[in-house]
Design a protein around this ligand. Structure first.
Ligand code: NAD
Length: 421
């Protein structure tokens, strides 16, 4: 495609990764744009009344990557970084992620360009409801199913579901996943991404012959993914020696008190103020020695500049797109020094349990928590094994292997169905 509306560094990264995997898979030039470029994109204006009486308009987006395997599925991000290019990249990554996990979905993503921390609860509710109301013509339980992402949570999903349902005149739980259990959510969804990250870190530690109770971890981001990952790793005996969020970074080689950090977060909503000791520069934290480094916040934090200086054994990508292609090249050069759990494998727990939630909502039949996690770990185990085996067979990185599996699934579905979806 010679011109498109998608641009910016995150989209460029998704495109560059795809070009590499397409070369590896020897996908014909004429088939590449059809696989890469989203099926549809919607931009909406969301006006709300601010608490001070002003009216303010926020820009929202939704990108649906492909409808070849079923409805699209993907999170909703409220952040100042949100633009159409970032949302499209995240939708594309969701497609490869769902295909790798064997879920019957294409990828989607949405978001609003806003600082959610600067909104009052009433303003956040107004904006969430208005966004969903603008999206009603474009989403549906069998066309596009939303979920949480950075800056959104269970409460926002409940507002989405309620707004959509009131418009339809009946409760449609299956329009959104990541809802509270009281609004038709599934047991285990809130913890699913972090639990999945911890499960795969456990498998990587086994693979490398490192005992969990002798391992250390550093986690960037202490929201849904980061805080649950910290808790689950600590439960497995891993010592958490560093954490940070957008307000503060802490490092303590003797180990941080994860339960204390979680209590502080629940009360204050941010890490700043947790302690006067152990404060460290956030950029410095990623470079400290540890067995497991978990970026669980934003994109492009592992770069060509800091990748040569990482001192971890395992890079577990809780976030989407934390590692740039330049950093990937450095990690490749470093050979077996760093075992990468690529994002589309590592953080797939969220969408897998979202899929379980959708299935349960459609059937009106709800599962025990043990069933949710047993099924989750089975899928993650299969994806982990497939990725490792493919990387070994083709002598490629784990990221290339995971993407090659995902892209091939979408490519063969497109080949068999034809040009429409
Ligand atoms: P969240 O909003 O709950 O938490 C984000 C965290 O990142 C917060 O602690 C925030 O303070 C921190 N953060 C933001 N900017 C930062 C910066 N510059 N430096 C350090 N920390 C910063 O979001 P989340 O749902 O935990 O999502 C985190 C990442 O995981 C995103 O990349 C998201 O796309 C990805 N992800 C989330 C899910 C899910 O189920 N929530 C699933 C798969 C992937």
């Amino acid at each position: 495609m010679s011109t498109s509306i998608y641009s910016g560094p995150v989209f460029a990264m998704a495109r560059q990764q795809f070009a590499q995997v397409a070369d590896h898979l020897q996908i014909l030039e004429m088939d590449r744009d059809r696989l890469l470029y989203p099926k549809r994109a919607v931009a909406v204006s969301c006006p709300i009344h601010r608490d001070d009486g002003r009216t303010e308009v926020f820009q929202g987006y939704r990108v649906q990557h492909h409808l070849t395997l079923g409805p699209t599925k993907g999170g909703t991000r409220f952040a100042t970084s949100v633009d159409i290019g970032e949302v499209a990249a995240l939708a594309i990554w969701m497609s490869w992620k769902c295909a790798l996990a064997g879920l019957p979905y294409g990828g989607a993503k949405g978001g609003i360009t806003v600082d959610p921390y600067a909104l009052s609860p009433r303003e956040l509710e107004g904006l969430s409801r208005r966004y969903m109301q603008e999206m009603i013509p474009f989403v549906g339980p069998h066309t596009d199913v939303m979920a949480p992402d950075m800056g959104t949570n269970e409460q926002v999903m409940a507002w989405f579901m309620d707004t959509y349902s009131m418009y339809q005149g009946q409760t449609i739980n299956e329009i959104v996943t990541g809802k509270p259990v009281s609004a038709g959510g599934t047991l285990g969804r809130r913890e699913a991404t972090g639990r999945g990250v911890a499960y795969l870190v456990g498998r990587a530690l086994d693979h490398l012959g490192i005992r969990a109770d002798r391992a250390t971890a550093i986690i960037q981001g202490f929201g849904n993914v980061g805080s649950v990952t910290a808790y689950c790793l600590a439960e497995r005996g891993v010592k958490i020696v560093g954490v940070c969020d957008h307000t503060a970074a802490y490092h303590d080689p003797a180990g941080l008190n994860v339960a204390g950090l979680q209590r502080h977060m629940a009360k204050n909503g941010q890490l700043a103020g947790f302690s006067a000791q152990g404060l460290i520069e956030p950029a410095e934290l990623l470079l400290r020695k540890c067995d497991v480094l978990v970026p669980a916040a934003i994109e492009q934090v592992i770069t060509g500049e800091n990748a040569p200086r990482l001192q971890c054994r395992i890079l577990a990508e809780g976030a989407n797109g934390p590692t740039t292609p330049e950093a990937d090249a450095v990690l490749q050069q470093r050979g077996d020094e760093i075992f990468v759990l690529p994002d589309i494998l590592c953080n797939a727990g969220g969408v897998i349990v979202s899929y379980f939630e959708w299935v349960q909502d459609l059937q009106r039949l709800f599962w025990e928590e043990t069933e949710v996690f047993d099924r989750l770990y089975r899928i993650l185990e299969r994806s982990f094994q497939q990725t490792i085996a493919r990387a070994k067979r083709d002598r490629i990185s784990h990221r290339m292997a995971a993407m090659a599996i995902g892209v091939s699934v979408v490519q063969s579905a497109k080949q068999t169905r034809g040009l429409f979806p």
